[in-house]
Design a protein. Structure first.
Length: 166
């Protein structure tokens, strides 16, 4: 079995909040509002609303983490299972799939975000063999800011934040 290419990333983030799943779902499914509460989400521009369930909705994202670069891509929602799953394909400086998994237990909402992407920027691909841990660290910092911002936005407590890579 071959190891993944240095420009491929499979990152998983887990957030647990003491907030109703309906509230968390509503906030996550309106990404155009993410810059209001998520540090690092510089802009999210709605391009297409999609069907009544949100399938086909498209947004253009610009992210800025702790490192001195911005990441831009467009997403298209491909799957929606209300209060359970939201999935989108992304194209641009990264390409692949992002998935939000939602669950509730004992009054806690758990979000698991999977980011299965490969970088397309030449400079990132050239640096990836050495900079991969730094790119993962930057992603983790962005996701930590998202968990903290979401908890603050919905007036909840963030009980857990962790990011893993494989």
């Amino acid at each position: 079995m071959r190891p993944p290419a240095s420009n491929q990333y499979h990152l998983t983030t887990l957030w647990q909040l003491d907030a109703p799943i309906e509230t968390v779902w509503d906030v996550i499914t309106h990404p155009e509002c993410w810059p209001d509460w998520w540090a690092g989400a510089e802009s999210v521009v709605a391009l297409d609303a999609g069907d009544p369930d949100g399938i086909g909705a498209r947004q253009q994202y610009t992210w800025k983490g702790r490192l001195p670069y911005r990441l831009r891509f467009t997403s298209c929602v491909t799957r929606v299972e209300r209060h359970r799953l939201l999935e989108a394909r992304v194209v641009g400086e990264v390409e692949g799939v992002g998935r939000w998994h939602f669950a509730v237990s004992d009054g806690m909402t758990t979000l698991r975000y999977e980011w299965l992407v490969c970088t397309r920027s030449l400079w990132m691909n050239v640096l990836a063999p050495l900079a991969r841990p730094v790119f993962r660290w930057n992603h983790d910092a962005l996701m930590r800011a998202g968990g903290v911002g979401l908890a603050r936005h919905v007036c909840a407590r963030l009980h857990c934040h962790e990011t893993r890579s494989s």
